[in-house]
Design a protein around this ligand. Structure first.
Ligand code: AMO
Length: 437
């Protein structure tokens, strides 16, 4: 008999079907055993008669043939898509037996501490509410891809081993590359820029590596970046483009993930017109309205980001705010200084629900200016030979931006820690297994 997905059983009342999946919950009631069986389409109640369900265990992979029955009206579960039906069987074939679980996975929430959640990742990812995080993440990725393609960007795939650090700073993993020095890329930055003269508009979904020296709730050592880069654009075009992509991808995600977002009791995203503030304007607001004087700082502090977003939500009915003009010295070498005031740069961050989810800038596109920028930061232009080639032979005005996928997922779902939004998070303490255990 051919397999039926559990969701399709709704259309097969009275028929015999074969379903395959995992036992999520098992409840014994004398000779009868109730199972919640899940497959990729959803979850269904199975009633096992004849006392044959006794040896079954949660997470057993099973196959069974049974009859689809309507449930009695008082036993209908309105929260479940298959809540009006159940399957009756007297024989369950175990395709693969699960060991006894180290914790209960049958409750509404998986109330585990983060280290346990991650130590047992192969198991905890199967839990419906944990799995839902990655379905939302996939929707974000699809929404991004769709928005970027609609803007005529072509998808590119770029290396993650490179001859030079892309973002500067010390947060870079060195690689012993056949006895030579190489680095894990901190971002796809240099390659996406190099491809502007080739394709004009590009996007990529890329792994990025940051040797973050501390453990925080919003930093990973390996992250996923969603990047765009555009040629023949100015600063205002770039602000319009980044806001457009952010709104389109999140609207798309909200539409296709409605049920999952409901499970997380997430408020709808507010899409009012996005205000734009320079860093110094934002810091002035923080000083005047929240009493913290951070007006000389090179970035917003985490609490500043939270307060600016709350204020914007009240005033502008949006969950987003764009912050521009960060100090040139605090930005990577490729960032264009503002010609009107070179101390500040043509850079921007997009804040969403209290956190930076994106950053980017207009880039230096003059070869000579770029050489100077690399040298004044004490870096060696020879490490950037291939990159510089692209600028030597004609680079239009250009710029772009990058979203952090896990950061974004975390804040769409209001998760407490970014590690929950990474299938297999890497940080100072963990590469799958806990280091120093
Ligand atoms: P930036 O370094 O700001 O910019 O990174 C872009 C976005 O990536 C996310 N992010 C992180 N997420 C988790 N853990 C980390 N350690 C981490 N670091 C960054 C954030 C951030 O907004 N090349 C530039 C982008 C550009 O100019 O186009 C860059 O990488 O959400």
């Amino acid at each position: 008999m051919e397999r039926t997905l559990v969701l399709d059983c709704i259309k097969k009342i009275g028929e015999n079907v074969k379903i395959e999946g995992f036992i999520q919950i098992k409840r014994d009631h004398g000779k009868i055993t109730f199972l919640d069986v899940s497959d990729r389409s959803g979850l269904i109640q199975v009633v096992v008669g004849g006392g044959s369900g006794k040896d079954l265990r949660p997470q057993d992979a099973v196959s069974l043939i049974g009859k689809v029955n309507k449930r009695p009206p008082n036993l209908v579960n309105p929260k479940l898509a298959t809540g009006e039906i159940e399957i009756y069987t007297e024989k369950v074939e175990v395709l693969s037996k699960a060991a006894e679980l180290p914790f209960d996975m049958g409750g509404k929430d998986l109330t585990l501490q983060l280290p346990t959640l991650l130590d047992y990742r192969s198991l905890t990812l199967r839990y419906p509410k944990v799995k839902a995080i990655f379905k939302v993440q996939a929707a974000l990725m699809e929404g991004f891809r769709k928005a970027a393609k609609e803007l005529d960007c072509i998808e590119i795939f770029v290396p993650t081993i490179a001859a030079s650090a892309t973002e500067g700073g010390a947060e870079v993993f060195k690689v012993d590359y056949y006895g030579h020095k190489a680095f894990m890329t901190q971002s796809p930055q240099l390659y996406k820029q190099m491809l502007v003269p080739v394709f004009e508009r590009v996007f990529t979904i890329a792994h990025a590596y940051r040797a973050e020296p501390s453990v925080t709730t919003r930093h990973l050592s390996e992250l996923t970046q969603l990047d765009c880069e555009f040629g023949f654009v100015d600063f205002n075009d770039l602000l319009d483009l980044l806001e457009h992509v952010a709104v389109e991808m999140l609207k798309f995600t909200e539409t296709i993930s409605q049920d999952l977002l409901k499970e997380y009791a997430i408020e709808p995203i507010a899409f009012g017109k996005i205000p734009r503030l320079t860093l110094r304007e934002a810091q002035e607001i923080i000083f005047k309205e929240f009493g913290r004087d951070n007006r000389k700082e090179k970035d917003l502090a985490p609490q500043d980001e939270i307060d600016i977003c709350k204020r914007t939500k009240e005033k502008n009915k949006t969950d987003f705010v764009t912050i521009t003009h960060f100090p040139t010295k605090a930005k990577p070498f490729y960032t264009m200084p503002d010609p009107k005031d070179p101390e500040y740069s043509l850079s921007y961050d997009l804040l969403f629900r209290g956190v930076e989810i994106l950053s980017g800038s207009q880039r230096i596109n003059s070869y000579e200016q770029l050489l100077e920028s690399i040298q004044t930061r004490g870096m060696d232009t020879r490490d950037f030979e291939m990159y510089l080639q692209a600028f030597k032979y004609g680079m239009p005005p250009e710029g772009g931006f990058s979203f952090g996928l896990e950061r974004l997922t975390m804040h769409v779902l209001n998760l407490a820690n970014i590690r929950e939004a990474s299938l297999y998070p890497r940080d100072m303490e963990r590469v799958d297994i806990r280091l120093g255990k």
